[in-house]
Design a binder for this molecule. Structure first.
Ligand SMILES: Cc1ncc(COP(=O)(O)O)c(C=O)c1O
Length: 433
């Protein structure tokens, strides 16, 4: 399409978008991105935006990191696809690397394309090796848009509504969302109550011997950036062991340095049976995976699961280069220290502005929850602040069951100057009446 030079290219492309793109795909910022560099995105008009969305926690090392670009360019000229028709070097090397960086003795990897797809695969593995039908998910979790992943998703009604009947034999247990708990701000009480409800589920609704897996995010992502209190996962691990239930940690949003460790599960002092990963794995190339123990995957007969595109050589090259950058530039550690500074600053902002009712997170996965004058979740405030940030060239995303949370997920190598720029815009957006 030929565009006149002086015109607003965003406007023209958005008109075409409205005409041809399926409107089910909800987008946050009304700009058309053309190029990205580090922490910045540039739209088709050449306007520059500081990006604290990182394509939903994907561009953990910033946009178009030169080392990843080089690795991808080189791979594209060498080999782009073989699927399961052969083995290929990058697949094998990446699986070795993922086994090395995963917690505990998780050492057997399957590569797929998207978060939902690795969740589906992990569940198939759990159901196959246990021979059990049922799954327990946790309220507020998000696991994807495909049918099974959607049935496990309870972060917001929009994702499930109108698709009933959903996959059967899924039972939802509570997640310790302390800030919104009717039990008050007592983490231990909230955890105890969640564990009690889980035990009641077993006593009244589903026999634990019929349960193949627990699936849970280490920190609720779409559900509002909710960090569970210490000890919750240790108790879950214990219950899983008692009943032979597989514990699946869904690290799709939390992985690859985001929370200050390579994987957020490492904060919990437990090792899951299966761990899913996607988003931050390959700096923006489509790739996902799940890792388990060889002793389990050895029972999954060849051909019982598979993929055409999963573990594509180009995506794997991107992942290998990106993980190397995360390790060499110590980006998990950086996320931890920068995240602590941000938290302190954001808590000071919250003290001055009662509409910010909670600040929480780990590393550079931080949520600001907004409330109205009664403290009830306020989507209005979150949207207003996100819009003002956008008007001042800062991109942020919302989340939470009412859309009441602004999440801050900058690149892990965000510079001090970029941090300052973004936090100043955010503070101004919050403080305007
Ligand atoms: C924890 C978690 N699991 C799974 C998914 C699904 O990933 P995808 O959109 O790549 O299918 C997401 C996406 O946001 C997620 O945050």
């Amino acid at each position: 399409m030929v565009m006149a030079k002086t015109q607003d290219k965003n406007k023209e492309f958005l008109e075409l978008d409205r005409k041809y793109v399926n409107p089910v795909l909800a987008r946050q910022a009304p700009i058309v991105a053309e190029r990205g560099e580090g922490a910045y995105l540039y739209d088709v008009n050449g306007d520059k935006y500081l990006d604290f969305t990182t394509g939903i926690a994907v561009n953990n090392i910033g946009h178009c990191h030169p080392k990843v670009v080089e690795a991808v360019r080189e791979q594209v000229g060498k080999l782009m696809h073989t699927s399961v028709c052969t083995h290929h070097v990058n697949y094998i090397e990446l699986c070795e690397k993922l086994a090395q960086i995963s917690p505990g003795a998780l050492d057997s990897v399957f590569l797929a394309n998207s978060g939902a797809e690795c969740v589906e695969g992990a569940l198939k593995l759990a159901r196959y090796v246990t021979g059990r039908p049922s799954i327990i998910n946790f309220r507020g979790g998000f696991h994807g848009r495909t049918h099974m992943a959607m049935a496990l998703t309870t972060s917001k009604i929009t994702y499930r509504d109108m698709y009933e009947p959903l996959f059967p034999s899924i039972f939802t247990a509570p997640f310790p969302y302390v800030f919104r708990s009717p039990l008050g701000n007592d983490p231990k009480k909230v955890v105890d109550s969640c564990i009690h409800e889980l035990e009641m589920l077993f006593a009244q609704i589903v026999n634990p011997k019929q349960v193949a897996a627990f699936i849970v995010e280490p920190i609720l992502g779409e559900g509002g950036y909710v960090v569970p209190p210490d000890g919750f996962f240790k108790q879950l691990r214990k219950i899983a062991d008692e009943h032979g239930i597989m514990l699946i940690m869904d690290e799709v949003q939390t992985g690859f340095g985001r929370t200050g460790k390579m994987f957020a599960t490492e904060w919990e002092g437990i090792v899951p049976d299966i761990m899913t990963m996607a988003k931050g794995i390959a700096a923006g190339m489509p790739l996902s995976g799940f890792v388990s123990r060889k002793e389990l995957t050895a029972k999954w007969d060849a051909g019982r699961h598979g993929t055409t595109f999963g573990g594509n050589p180009v995506s794997c090259a991107s992942a290998l280069a990106s993980i190397k950058v995360i390790e060499e530039e110590k980006l998990a550690e950086r996320a931890h220290t920068v995240g602590e500074d941000w938290m302190k600053r954001l808590k000071r902002i919250a003290e001055k502005h009662p509409q910010v009712v909670d600040v929480r997170g780990r590393g550079l996965m931080i949520g600001l929850e907004f409330g109205d004058e009664h403290g009830h979740p306020s989507k209005e405030w979150a949207d207003k602040v996100a819009k003002r940030c956008f008007d001042n060239k800062l991109l942020v995303l919302t989340c939470g069951y009412k859309g009441q949370v602004i999440r801050l997920i900058p690149p892990l190598n965000v510079s001090d100057r970029e941090s300052e720029e973004g936090l100043q815009i955010l503070e101004k957006a919050i403080s305007e009446k």
